[in-house]
Design a protein around this ligand. Sequence first.
Ligand code: PLP
Length: 407
Amino acid sequence: MQEISEEQLILDGYQQYIVPSYRRLPLVVDHGEGSYLWDIKGKKYLDFTGGIAVNVLGHSHPVVREALQQQSEKLIHCSNLYFHEPAWKLSRKIVSLIGQGKVFFSNSGAEANECLFKLARRYGESSNRFEILSFEGSFHGRTLAGIAATGQQRIKKGFGPTMPGFRTIPKAGAKEFVESLSEKTVALIVEPIQGESGVHVFPSQDLVEIREICWEKKILFFIDEIQCGLWRTGQFLAWQSLVAEKMIDQNLLPDGVSLAKGLGGGFPIGASWINSEYCNVLDEGSHGTTFGGSPLACHVALTVLEEIERKGLNKNILAMGNYLFSSLKNLEKKPQSLLQEVRGMGGMLGLELSVPSFQAAIALLERGLLVAPSSGNTIRLLPPLNVSFEQIQEAESILKHFLFSML
Ligand SMILES: Cc1ncc(COP(=O)(O)O)c(C=O)c1O
């Protein structure tokens, strides 16, 4: 009888025991180091998916490993009944990176948004406002509130009735935004760069004007930085990169920011920053989670943030990403090129192709480069912030060959 391979054993195990809710690429991973992943047969891949914008320091970074080791020897979990040092230190760091306010810790992006949604409902209660707006093409997580806020029908399909109190509006300028408001509107949530729907950068002037309108009308302005944040665009928040020169105006601070993905460098943690004006709305007993803000998660996340700052990795990813962007931009719509458009900033690039993104991701995987498919024909490049120039060149070379592979 033929012996079954280890790879086949795992594939069969998934088939038999794991809920089939994901569309997966044909890759059984074994281990990772830095910007590379190895499959179970020993083949090496350059990983520009990075756990979908999670592995900001690459795989198994020594400082992450050491932080996990040190803190787990001291204390892993203790519940939110008590106080501990890692949580206040991490919250202080996040406040210093965004602005005056407070932080609620959770475990994922969907939960970080959920906290903002609950903040909006609580805040709107006295004025009888509850409606939360979001933009077409947005993605805000897979919980019932998350899919209600998400501006993509395919994510909501089959899960009706949609949670009430959410409405998606077209991505447009300030005038259209004002027209779309209702007397019940209490908040707006925006991804400054939409990720899942194919890397679409929000025009910064529109975003600034929309923020100002929200400020005037006391509509909470939330930004979802779960994918585009964490210095991927050079600044801590993509919002800060987009509105850079106008940031001195305090009115431009958001009212809430959701973070997750890269915050723990691979260890699960979510965080919701809330502007000082509203940071006590969620008062005692109004919100909570068992695991959120554990000593282990907070210590690891603080270590990740400090490492990025210490090494100036924001500058690195901006330079590396901009190089790749310009190089690929030259290939847009070239005869026989699969590349229709390059979008994005720094370490968050989207390549819109003339073939479906899943098919492209499989073809690139076979060539040794991992990219993240997104909806439609766009693949995402989300390299770690410490990616080297040699690795960028390696990706550039694989991509260039692939883009003309239909010749
Ligand atoms: C912009 C954005 N918001 C929210 C989420 C949900 O995060 P999580 O999968 O950690 O719940 C994601 C995940 O892809 C995201 O990209």
